[in-house]
Design a protein around this ligand. Structure first.
Ligand code: WT7
Length: 667
């Protein structure tokens, strides 16, 4: 499962001709004016290093408001189960909303919402307080109590953030399921978390048209008995919506009419704030559990310092959907806890045209932009004329997240979007880490295109070899976190053993992230991609095993193997190799028809994001004598390379068979 890490390095090898531009000597010192007023200064590293738990305790005290102050910091007496600030009490929604209103900032804009059709909505912190209070009262009336789980399946509309905060307000952990996931995926997440209520919408706008959401909820709940008592439905598009009397309720009926007065429920710092499912190396997604005090501390600290946020003047925009961890930590929690003004945009970057993002930045004078390399590469492909038509001079810090950013995209982002002025922060972290772990600090770090560079103050990361030794500068290995951190996952929902096995067993007592990395001559960290059976498609995590299971669940398929092949735009793309059952109807159909059917099947089982770019029907799969599929060889085929060493195959003629079968490539 491990040990393939060097393979991914070649994915982001610079194109010929760019060597000069991207030479090792290319360095970008922090802009002097930014450095002079930066929130984070270089002395933070030494301070944090001297006593990490004390450093974080200080951040927890200064960045958050506690209803009961904590007296304990980190408790690591029962590793790998950590607690932080465990005798303190607080409420996440109070910290994100009410305390700003109490501080006299009620009129500050919290959210500039822009719908894809062009409709807008402005929510001040005072508005947000009323909306979140109403939603909290409505959820309570629907039977949600402290500790109950709420599934959230919404488009990127203000109600998504309002719902998350309303859950936090009553201490009901939310489980947000990305709107692009299928009914089946939603169903399994509802079951695993035993959700009491599902919050959804009739639909949302995508690519210029309404896309329905509620039917997927209906389909999910029809699959079998669940713990769901009510479905709370936001009217967003106005499309016809099937209704189950007694179960379904409209948001405008029960939330808009509820009282806007609500007292937030103080919870223990270790009270679950949310569950977020993510793909692992097995077929079953993991419910990553985050708690309240430590998570909020690191979300707020990183948001303030990595983006150098000035809440009075900045306009911040993170393009991630709340269905992902980025949308949790850097849309719903970090920015609001810091009292920021942010933009939320519902739709796609190319609707109505490819200048939409740049027009939003110009319109709201966005000063901090946080997005993903895949989006940057798409914009590069679309051409400079789109950003060039807009005034982007408000931008002063640019962030990247989700996958390694290739140096070409980094340089383009810096020059074309950032006007060679705004520093780039390439932020490495994971659903499990809860918040940013490795990143430059914009006023401190001299940046290098393509490198996430240094662990943040208070974070201890290293690159180690198979024997757990720290590798010397200039070498590669496995990225690990060697000390507990405040926003670390507290476990996998309902499965403590899997938590220990997945993250803490490969290297005893050390958190293994699943990524390969190298240290350069200066000791800066460069991420090289996953070393396990996890793919990264457009910054989204997908499991090879999960897609393989989806494929073999189709009656035509006898066997399937999935690999992540490098892709110019999406980073990696899903390529599947399938063996059809000899007697299956599909065996008689043309290969492209088979591929189309199976792609649709995967979309239904998991969601459109998991659809393979390419499905190849093959007579055999390359396997070792012990029966393990050699994905490395399939990746060679998928990336059109000369197939590597196949001598450990049980039957070495298999690759010839596959090559012969692929002589006429199919799309
Ligand atoms: C995996 C985590 C963190 C929010 C988005 C994805 C990859 C993430 C970077 C980066 C290189 C990165 C890693 C990681 N990744 N950010 N800046 N440079 N790789 O969250 O779905 O939990 O995926 O994304 O492989 O393990 P996620």
């Amino acid at each position: 499962m491990y040990g393939e890490w060097p393979v991914t390095e070649q994915q982001h090898a610079p194109e010929p001709g760019l060597e000069n531009l991207l030479s090792e000597e290319r360095r970008f010192p922090p802009p002097p004016d930014l450095a002079a007023h930066a929130n984070a200064t270089s002395d933070l590293y030494a301070w944090a290093n001297a006593d990490r738990p004390a450093f974080w305790a200080e951040q927890a005290r200064t960045l958050l408001t506690w209803s009961t102050p904590f007296s304990t910091g980190l408790d690591w007496s029962n590793p790998p189960f950590a607690t932080w600030f465990a005798d303190g009490e607080l409420n996440a929604a109070y910290n994100a909303v009410d305390r700003h209103v109490e501080a006299g900032l009620g009129d500050r804009v919290a959210i500039h919402f822009e719908g894809e059709p062009g409709d807008t909505r402005t929510l001040t912190y005072a508005d947000l307080q009323r909306e979140v209070s109403r939603a909290a009262n409505a959820l309570t009336a629907l039977g949600v109590g402290t500790g109950d789980r709420v599934a959230v399946y919404l488009p990127m509309i203000p109600e998504a953030v309002i719902t998350m905060l309303a859950c936090a307000r009553i201490g009901a952990p939310h489980s947000v399921v990305f709107g692009g996931f299928s009914a089946e995926a939603l169903y399994s997440r509802i079951l695993d978390a035993e959700a009491k209520v599902v919050v959804t919408a009739d639909g949302g706008y995508r690519r210029g048209a309404p896309a329905a959401l509620k039917p997927a909820v209906d389909e999910a709940l029809a699959k079998g008995p669940t713990t769901v008592g009510h479905v709370l439905v936001v009217r967003r598009t106005g499309q016809d919506t099937a209704w189950t009397q007694g179960r379904d309720v409209w948001w405008h009926d029960v939330v808009d009419t509820a009282s806007d007065q609500h007292t937030p429920v103080p919870v223990n710092a270790e009270h679950p704030l949310f569950i977020l499912y993510t793909s692992g190396t097995t077929g079953k997604p993991k419910g990553i559990l985050h708690t309240t005090g430590g998570y909020l501390t690191q979300a707020a600290f990183t948001h303030l310092n990595v983006f150098d946020l000035k809440p009075e003047t900045d306009v911040y925009w993170c393009t991630a959907d709340v269905g992902w961890i980025t949308g949790h930590s850097y849309v719903a929690y970090g920015p609001l806890v810091n009292g920021a003004t942010q933009v939320i945009y519902e739709g796609t970057p190319d609707t109505p045209d490819r200048g939409r993002w740049w027009s939003i930045i110009e319109k709201y004078k966005v000063s901090i932009l946080y997005t993903a390399p895949t989006a940057i590469r798409s914009c590069m492909k679309w051409g400079e004329q789109w950003p060039a038509a807009h005034d982007l001079s408000s931008l002063r810090v640019l962030g990247s997240v989700g996958e390694p950013i290739n140096p070409e995209a980094w340089i383009w982002y810096r020059s074309t979007i950032g006007g060679d002025r705004a520093p780039i922060v390439d932020t490495w972290w994971q659903t499990e880490t809860g918040a940013i772990m490795i990143s430059p600090l914009p006023g401190v770090t001299t940046t290098k295109p393509g490198s996430a560079q240094v662990p943040l103050p208070g974070i201890a990361a290293d690159v180690i070899d198979d024997e757990t030794h720290s590798v010397p500068n200039g070498s590669g290995g496995y990225l690990v976190i060697t000390e507990p951190w405040p926003s670390m996952l507290r476990g996998i929902w309902g499965d403590p053993d899997r938590y220990v096995d997945t993250y803490w067993s490969r290297f005893k007592g050390i958190y293994f992230a699943g990524d390969g990395a190298k240290k350069d001559e200066d000791g800066d960290i460069w991420l090289l991609g996953r070393v396990d059976d996890v793919m990264n498609v457009s910054g989204h995590r997908l499991s090879t095993t999960e897609i393989e299971s989806a494929l073999v669940s189709h009656e035509w398929v006898a066997e399937a193997a999935v690999v992540g092949a490098s892709d110019e735009t999406t980073g990696q793309a899903v390529v599947a190799f399938v063996i059809l059952r000899g007697d299956a109807a599909g065996a008689a159909l043309p290969a492209d028809e088979v591929a189309a059917q199976l792609r649709a099947h995967v979309a239904k089982a998991i969601g459109p994001i998991a659809k393979p770019r390419q499905i190849l029907v093959v007579p055999e799969l390359p396997k070792t004598r012990s029966g393990k599929i050699m994905r490395r060889l399939l990746r060679d085929v998928a990336e059109h390379r000369v197939v590597g060493d196949a001598t450990t195959l049980a039957d070495s003629s298999v690759m010839d068979l596959i090559a012969a079968g692929l002589a006429a490539p199919k799309a």
